[in-house]
Design a protein around this ligand. Structure first.
Ligand SMILES: C[S@@+](CC[C@H](N)C(=O)[O-])C[C@H]1O[C@@H](n2cnc3c(N)ncnc32)[C@H](O)[C@@H]1O
Length: 250
């Protein structure tokens, strides 16, 4: 297996592929003022195995197109959809988020948890805006500094990993500059990183190594993820995922 295949293998059969929780999804959803008597059209971009997609489907009246690049995650979501009796509400689409086959003004809501960074926050805001109706909502979570200054070690790490890392005030300005109005913002609690993402991942390490014959590459994948967890533990007061809920103006 390649390193990418191993990374997918490690993240398979998990509730979430990134920090977040059902509470956070519902909290973000609470900011929206959407008609309850209409069939809404929703896109969940970078859905992974669809932890948040299922919550959205249970709480919204309409149809969700759940998009991801990797069929392994979409297959899992399809199984969950069947088991939850939500097949009339969720369809999956294997596509890259920068090459979506959507029409102008098609969606009431575009959702994306922990995934817009793959094409960059500002690029994503611009691209996806076309697919939203005027007055439609964008709800995205994005890595965000939660203090004005921070130790050099973590500053340099994130600047290298994701040069667009920034404070919420600068991210909100980008939303405003690109024709959105902010309707809500909060950042994820430490539990949404540790309890619902990192701890379940650590619990999968042993089986992951076993089924991959303790290969050097599998060990490296575990070490890299453990290093990410250690870094989070050390610097968790300085960054989180910010959840941005905004409305398209024009
Ligand atoms: C950090 S995970 C978040 C998954 C899920 N939203 C969650 O919060 O559990 C990022 C997701 O983006 C997907 N992804 C990465 N690059 C992508 C692309 N170019 N187009 C669509 N999805 C992509 C990954 O497969 C992964 O499922």
């Amino acid at each position: 297996m390649t390193e990418l295949e191993l990374i997918i293998d490690l993240h398979k059969n998990s509730e979430r592929q990134g920090p977040g929780s059902e509470n956070d999804t519902l909290k973000a959803l609470d900011y929206l003022d959407l008609p309850t008597d209409q069939n809404l059209k929703v896109a969940d971009i970078g859905c992974g195995s669809g932890g948040q997609t299922i919550s959205l489907a249970k709480n919204l009246n309409g149809k969700i197109i759940a998009v991801d690049l990797f069929p392994e995650f979409l297959n899992e979501l399809n199984e969950k959809t069947q088991k939850s009796g939500l097949t009339d509400k969720i369809v999956t689409l294997e596509k890259s988020m920068d090459d979506l086959p959507f029409n102008e003004g098609e969606f009431d809501l575009i959702w994306s948890e922990g995934a817009i960074y793959n094409i960059g926050f500002e690029n994503g805001l611009k691209k996806w805006k076309d697919y939203l109706k005027v007055g439609g909502y964008l709800a995205v979570s994005e890595i965000t500094w939660i203090t004005q200054s921070r130790p050099k070690e973590i500053e340099e790490f994130w600047k290298t990993e994701y040069p667009e890392v920034d404070t919420a005030s600068n991210k909100i300005r980008q939303l405003e500059n690109n024709g959105y109005s902010l309707v809500g913002y909060f950042y994820l609690s430490q539990d949404s990183w540790i309890e619902t993402y990192y701890k379940p991942m650590q619990a999968r390490f042993e089986n992951f190594l076993k089924r991959n014959d303790n290969s050097e590459l599998a060990k490296k994948v575990v070490e890299d993820n453990q290093a990410e967890i250690d870094l989070y533990q050390k610097f968790k007061d300085y960054y989180s995922y910010g959840f941005y809920i905004a409305r398209k103006n024009e």
